[in-house]
Design a binder for this molecule. Structure first.
Ligand code: TYD
Length: 194
């Protein structure tokens, strides 16, 4: 199973995804944490483009898709084959949201990502852009609040379309985690308490 944790920058994905892995392991579920963009050469290229800014959005979309193929082949699929639950810190719907908005070609973004299976569970850690910018002490990659608003709206649309489940990530870490577990646990046949 692939459990994807999604949200705009500053939503707390990494903290919650890692905690979810610890929680699942404590319940006897073999779980692994992984994230996109990866640490591969492609991932490093993406990160350097993002740092420098001004990269062509279609080029970035293709790089994210290529890095995803690498990630699936080298990391995710082997984990799935070992019977592990893969908790993925950003996955396919990051491209639907970010690259969809960035390129203005959401259907093309879906097309170039067709090789990636949809996650079994996808959670949107939803937070206002204002709160996200406040939380993020390190330099945020896509600082433009207008852009992040659009990305958030796109994520919310994916929730309305039934692809993702929304969790309010505006509260404290424990509260948000409790909500996350309530969403994920029953789908894995576990009791819904953190
Ligand atoms: P991430 O590693 O989550 O950021 P951080 O280093 O701050 O934890 O992701 C880096 C950026 O890449 C993030 O702003 C979102 C963006 N991104 C996309 O635009 N599309 C994608 O498909 C993915 C996976 C990430």
């Amino acid at each position: 199973m692939i459990v994807a944790i999604e949200g705009i920058d500053g939503a707390g994905k990494t903290t919650q995804a890692k905690r979810l892995v610890r929680f699942l392991r404590s319940k006897g579920v073999a779980a692994e944490y992984t994230s996109e963009p990866t640490g591969s050469a492609l991932g490093r290229m993406i990160k350097s483009y993002l740092r420098r800014g001004g990269a062509n959005p279609h080029l970035l979309a293709l790089l994210f898709a290529a890095d995803r193929i690498y990630h699936l082949n080298k990391v995710v699929n082997p984990m799935l084959e070992r019977g592990q639950v893969v908790v993925c810190d950003r996955y396919l719907y990051s491209s639907y949201a970010y690259q969809g908005v960035m390129t203005g070609s959401p259907l093309w973004v879906r097309e170039i990502n067709k090789m990636a299976p949809h996650p079994d569970i996808a959670v949107l850690l939803d937070i206002s852009v204002e709160e996200a910018l406040r939380r993020k002490k390190k330099r945020i990659r896509f600082e433009d609040p207008g852009f992040l608003e659009e990305v958030r709206r796109e994520y919310l649309r994916l929730c309305e379309a039934g692809l993702m489940v929304k969790v309010d990530a505006g509260g404290g870490v424990d509260v948000v985690f409790g909500e996350l577990v309530r969403v994920v646990a029953p789908r894995l046949g576990l009791r819904p308490s953190a």
